[in-house]
Design a protein around this ligand. Structure first.
Ligand code: FAD
Length: 377
């Protein structure tokens, strides 16, 4: 069996690695460099719990299941790649800087409790005891100890290494121009003017997923770029002033093992415009300074933007389509790092065993077109 994967972000690489471990012949095509799309731009939070918003409950179980897979996924990845991926378990603290924020945070706490999520209310004294550089005027906070984080850039490097070690073929700077389909069945793909024959093609091209030629209109995934601008501030890695992931009212802070403090992120509907804007940088720095006043003297290390692959309902699009052999793994929006293990597991199970796992069923492309019949394999 031969599988072609379009896109070497965290999603394509994770699926490629899992399939390759099963002894399947896999080739990943990447138009630029592996792991340099949204995966690079991300903050690496595995925030299944604190980030959930009303209306997203249908997604919660998938997020939690994937979060629970992360420790073993990370362990195996580190073992295979010999790369430390910066998995950190300090947890996430959501903070309120004034009484308005505190009232919003209390409603959020009630909502999380109502849907069965275990978070703890922390007093300002307690927060300042564990994070002494936060604004001393903060009012209160919530602590979600299960909301961990990884260094997303190291994860991408490790996945690339593990994929190649397991026998997979990675073709970088090889843009897939066209998916070739005959009689509603996959034939293969065209990249660099060459035709490659495959039994399955996995579409994991992130925000670019709907742009590839040859996919019939009714099977084009409803995915769009949702721009995020973020920046990092360099702390002393041996003496970082922030240790937990911190969610403030206007931005989040994610400390990495190399001393970077990632400050993110904007959410913008501006297509593929990748400019860094004054207003975004101003608002991120202002939000960060309000949370950590002593940050002003620290050097800014990097500013970047990336495109989250947003679907019409913000949930991922996973599994088979009405084109036999064409598999979707896209639309992961702001949870692609978190959802990588369950996506890789589910798609691999479908390709290897031919049965769609129950946890993926409600996330197929079919949900956007109720007139379609049940998928017949
Ligand atoms: C600022 C920001 C912060 C984020 N923070 C978090 C977070 O804390 N936690 C979290 O879980 N998620 C977060 N996300 C979301 C997460 O980064 C994405 O959901 C995830 O990276 C999507 O992975 P992907 O592999 O689908 O896409 P990508 O990483 O974008 O990979 C898609 C790849 O496909 C390639 N490609 C496109 N077209 C073609 C083609 N025709 N041929 C070959 N290759 C092609 C691209 O070059 C790219 O490398 C964040 C995103 C942003 C922008």
């Amino acid at each position: 069996m031969k599988v072609g994967i379009i896109g070497a972000g965290i999603i394509g690489l994770s699926i490629g690695w899992y399939l390759s471990k099963e002894g399947i012949d896999v080739t990943i095509f990447e138009k630029n460099e592996a792991g340099k799309g949204a995966t690079w731009a991300s903050a690496g939070m595995l925030a299944a719990r604190s980030e959930i918003e009303p209306g997203e409950e249908y997604l919660l179980q998938l997020l939690i299941d994937s979060k629970n897979l992360w420790p073993s996924f990370a362990e195996e990845l580190i073992q295979e790649s010999k790369i430390d991926i910066g998995y950190r378990k300090e947890g996430t603290i959501l903070i309120a800087l004034d009484y308005d924020d505190a009232s919003k945070l209390k409603s959020h706490y009630n909502y999380l409790k109502k849907i069965g999520i275990d978070v703890e209310i922390l007093s300002s004294e307690k927060i300042l005891e564990i994070e002494p550089f936060l604004n001393p005027n903060l009012i209160m906070g919530l602590y979600s100890k299960e909301d961990h984080q990884v260094d997303n850039r190291l994860v991408a490097l490790a996945l690339k290494e593990a994929f190649i070690k397991s026998g997979g073929i990675l073709k970088e700077r090889a843009e897939v121009k066209k998916v070739v389909i005959t009689n509603d069945e996959i034939e293969g793909i065209i990249a660099k003017d060459e035709f490659y024959k495959f039994d399955f093609v996995v579409l994991s091209a992130g925000a670019w997923s709907p742009l590839i030629e040859g996919i019939p209109k009714h099977v084009i995934p409803p995915v769009r770029p949702v721009k995020g601008q973020a920046l990092s501030i360099q702390m002393d890695p041996s003496n970082p002033i922030i240790k937990h992931v911190i969610w403030g009212p206007e931005a989040y802070l994610v400390p990495k093992n190399d001393g970077r403090l990632v400050v993110g992120a904007t959410v913008e509907e501006v297509g593929f415009d990748n400019n860094i804007t004054v207003s975004a940088v101003y608002s991120l720095l202002k939000a960060c300074w309000e949370m950590v006043p002593s940050i002003s003297e620290f050097p800014i290390k990097e500013i970047w933007s990336g495109f989250r692959p947003g679907s019409r309902d913000d949930a991922p699009i996973l599994g088979p389509t009405r084109i036999k052999g064409l598999i979707m793994a896209t639309g992961h929006h702001r949870n692609g790092i978190l959802l990588a293990p369950i996506t890789a597991k589910g798609i691999t199970e479908f390709i290897v065993k031919g049965v769609l796992p129950s946890y993926i069923k409600r996330f197929t492309l079919d949900r956007f077109n109720t007139s379609w019949n049940e998928y017949k394999s």
